[in-house]
Design a protein around this ligand. Structure first.
Ligand code: PLP
Length: 423
C-alpha cells in the first residue's frame, strides 16, 4: 500500500491514520475496505458522524437526485428549496412531536462552530461572560469552545490562555457518593465563592471524548432546575450523543429536560457531510442580522441529506427501539468482557447509554493494546477518556446483527490476545 506521500506531505497533526495506517477505499454501512481489499468492521464511524452507516442508500439517493437536477450547491445563507425542505422536516418530524419550540441557526459546518455560536449567544442574551463547563467535557478546539474543553493537550496547543469558562466536577467525578451539583449550588449562593455568575452552563449528557461518562437523569434534571433558579441558560452539547446515538433523537430526552440551547453536528447530515445547527428557545434569538457570520452557513447538500435522514428514520419510534435493542446487546457483551478482564486482576467496567458505550480498562496503555489487536483482527475501534483508558463503541446505528455479533466476537478475542501479551 502506498503511504509515503502521506508521511512526506501531511502534517504531524494527523491522528486517526496513526491508529489505522492503511489506505481506505470504499465503505458500506458498517464495513470499510482498504486498498488491498481487506475488510474491517467500523466501530468508530467517523467518531459518531455515520450513525446511519457509510453510503446509506436512501440518504445518498436524495443527494444524487439533488445533484442531478442542477439544484443550488452553494448559496451562502440564501433561502433555498433544500433549506426549506430540511427546516420543515426538522419542525414536523423532530421538534413538534417532542413539544419543542426552537428556532434554528446554521453556523459554520463543524461542531465547534455550533458551540462557538451557542456560547456567544448565551453571553449576548445574559450580558455575562462566564460559561460553566464540566471536567472531561469536550466541546471543540476553536478558542471559545476550547475554553470549555477540559483536555490539557488541546488547551496547551493554543499558546495563549483560554478564558471565559469555569470548570466544575461532572456527575460522578468525585465518586458515587458525592452529588457534584451540591458544590455548584453552594458556589452560586456564596458571594465570596469566586465563581462569576455564568451566562450559561454547557454540558454533554454522555461525555464522548471524555470517556463515555454518563450523567444520571436526576443530576441533569437538577442542573436544569439550578439553571432556571439562577437565570442561567442550559446549553446541551448533543454533537456526539445526539441524532439517535443514545436511543433517542436528542440525548436529553431520557431526562425529560428542555435545554435553552442545543448544539448538533456530526451525524446531523446523515451522510458524513459537514453540517451543524444551534437550536434556541424562540425568545433567545437576539442576534442582529449577520452578527454571527461565515461563508458556509448551511450547506445545501447537507440540508438535502439531513432531511432524507429524518424522513427515513424518525417518522416513528421503530429506529429508536432498534438502537435500544442493539445497545443492550453491546452492553451485555461489554459487561462480560469487562468481567473477564477483572478476573485477570485488572479493574474494568462497562458503561454507556444506547449505542454509545465503552469498556473502562483503567489505563490508556491497555486500551491501546486492545484496539491495536482489534485492528489487526479487522475491527476499527478507538479509545477515549482522560488517559485514553476507555475502549469506545460508536458503530453505525444501522449495523446489521451479523456484523455486530462478529465485531463483538473480534473485540473479545482481541482483548484476550492483548491481555495475554501483557500478563
Ligand atoms: N462537542 C462534542 C460533544 C464533540 O464530541 C465534538 C467532537 O468530537 C465537538 C463538540 C466538536 O466537533 P467538531 O470536531 O466537528 O468541531
Amino acid at each position: 500500500m502506498q503511504t509515503q506521500i502521506f508521511e512526506h506531505m501531511e502534517s504531524n497533526v494527523r491522528t486517526y491514520s496513526r491508529s489505522f495506517p492503511v489506505v481506505f477505499t470504499t465503505a458500506k454501512n458498517a464495513r470499510l475496505t482498504d486498498e488491498d481489499g481487506r475488510e474491517y468492521i467500523d466501530f468508530l464511524a467517523g467518531a459518531g458522524t455515520l450513525n446511519y452507516g457509510h453510503n446509506n442508500p436512501e440518504i445518498k439517493k436524495a443527494l444524487i437526485d439533488y445533484l442531478s437536477e442542477d439544484n443550488i450547491i452553494h448559496g451562502l445563507d440564501f433561502w433555498t428549496t433544500a433549506k426549506r425542505d430540511y427546516i420543515e422536516a426538522l419542525e414536523e418530524i423532530i421538534l413538534k412531536p417532542r413539544g419543542l419550540d426552537y428556532k434554528v441557526q446554521f453556523p459554520g459546518p463543524t461542531g465547534t462552530n455550533a458551540v462557538e455560536a451557542a456560547i456567544r449567544l448565551a453571553r449576548k442574551v445574559k450580558g455575562r461572560h462566564n460559561i460553566v463547563t464540566f471536567t472531561n467535557g469536550f466541546h471543540g478546539v476553536t478558542m471559545g469552545a476550547l475554553a470549555t474543553t477540559g483536555n490539557r493537550k488541546f488547551r496547551e496547543a493554543t499558546g495563549v490562555p483560554t478564558i471565559g469558562a469555569s470548570f466544575l466536577p461532572y456527575d460522578g467525578y468525585l465518586g458515587d457518593h458525592t452529588n457534584t451539583l451540591d458544590y455548584f449550588e453552594k458556589l452560586l449562593g456564596d458571594n465570596s465563592s469566586g465563581l462569576d455568575i455564568p451566562a450559561g452552563v454547557i454540558v454533554e449528557t454522555v461525555q464522548g471524548e471524555g470517556g463515555i461518562n454518563v450523567c444520571h437523569t436526576d443530576w441533569l434534571k437538577r442542573l436544569e432546575r439550578i439553571c432556571r433558579a439562577h437565570d442561567i441558560l442550559l446549553i446541551i452539547d448533543d454533537i456526539q450523543a445526539g441524532c439517535g446515538r443514545t436511543g433517542k433523537f436528542f440525548s436529553f430526552e431520557h431526562a425529560d429536560v428542555v435545554p435553552d440551547i442545543v448544539t448538533n453536528s456530526k451525524s446531523l447530515s446523515g451522510l458524513g457531510l459537514p453540517f451543524s445547527q444551534v437550536l434556541m428557545r424562540r425568545e433567545l434569538d437576539v442576534w442582529e442580522p449577520g452578527q454571527y457570520n461565515g461563508t458556509f452557513r448551511g450547506f445545501a447538500m447537507a440540508f438535502t441529506t439531513a432531511a432524507a435522514a429524518l424522513r427515513t428514520y424518525w417518522q416513528d419510534d421503530s429506529f429508536e427501539r432498534e438502537v435500544q435493542r442493539k445497545g443492550n446487546l453491546i452492553a451485555e457483551r461489554f459487561a462480560s468482557i469487562a468481567t473477564w478482564i477483572s478476573e485477570q486482576g485488572i479493574d474494568a467496567s462497562e458503561r454507556g447509554r444506547g449505542m454509545m458505550r465503552g469498556i473502562d480498562v483503567g489505563t490508556g496503555e491497555i486500551a491501546d493494546k486492545i484496539t491495536q489487536r482489534a485492528f489487526e483482527n479487522g475491527l476499527v475501534i478507538e479509545t477515549s477518556g482522560h488517559d485514553g483508558e476507555v475502549v469506545k463503541c460508536l458503530c453505525p446505528l444501522t449495523i446489521s446483527d451479523e456484523d455486530l455479533s462478529q465485531a463483538l466476537e473480534i473485540l473479545e478475542t482481541s482483548t484476550k490476545e492483548a491481555l495475554t501479551d501483557i500478563t
